[in-house]
Design a protein around this ligand. Sequence first.
Ligand SMILES: C[S@@+](CC[C@H](N)C(=O)[O-])C[C@H]1O[C@@H](n2cnc3c(N)ncnc32)[C@H](O)[C@@H]1O
Length: 173
Amino acid sequence: MSLDRIGWAVDIVAPQASERLLEIGCGHGVAVTKVCDRLVDGEIVAIDRSAAMIAAAAHRNAEYVAAGRATLRVAELRSFDPGQRQFDKVFAIRVGVFTRGDPKREFAALARLLKPDGRVFLFHDEPSTHADEVAAKLDAAALRHQWIVEAQLAHAFDGGEIACVVARPPSSP
Ligand SMILES: C[S@@+](CC[C@H](N)C(=O)[O-])C[C@H]1O[C@@H](n2cnc3c(N)ncnc32)[C@H](O)[C@@H]1O
């Protein structure tokens, strides 16, 4: 049976028990639940610029929020301030800013948010568009800001094809 797009994305991110993760544009918080299912003493912080989406994600993940596994914040990536935190993995699923215009400030924010050996996972899909075309857009955006693309992946799901680019910042080891 083929995995749904969010299930596949979480499999690719492969959260480890003690990792600290950040999701950009979490929407209803479906991926947050799937990540928390795998954490033991790790943590996921999830942001969305929509207060309504964060309210929905908080409702869906109330037990994990209460247990300290999940923290949900209304925030825009480019101005998000996580305090002292840096993340092992940052991911975004279907967040259009990475395929439209020039996400210069978003990539600068990602570089600040990652631990020195951290990785970013960008997942995206577009109606009636092959995953390799979407991956090429993600790739071009990352390369424009001197990020190092380590992998390009694709997956077919019921609603189409989803692409993933795994990248690390220019200054990373
Ligand atoms: C199409 S929805 C996808 C939601 C979920 N990730 C999914 O795949 O079902 C995009 C979400 O990203 C949020 N978003 C878009 N740009 C953002 C940004 N720059 N910073 C934070 N959230 C953003 C939107 O508010 C929206 O909830």
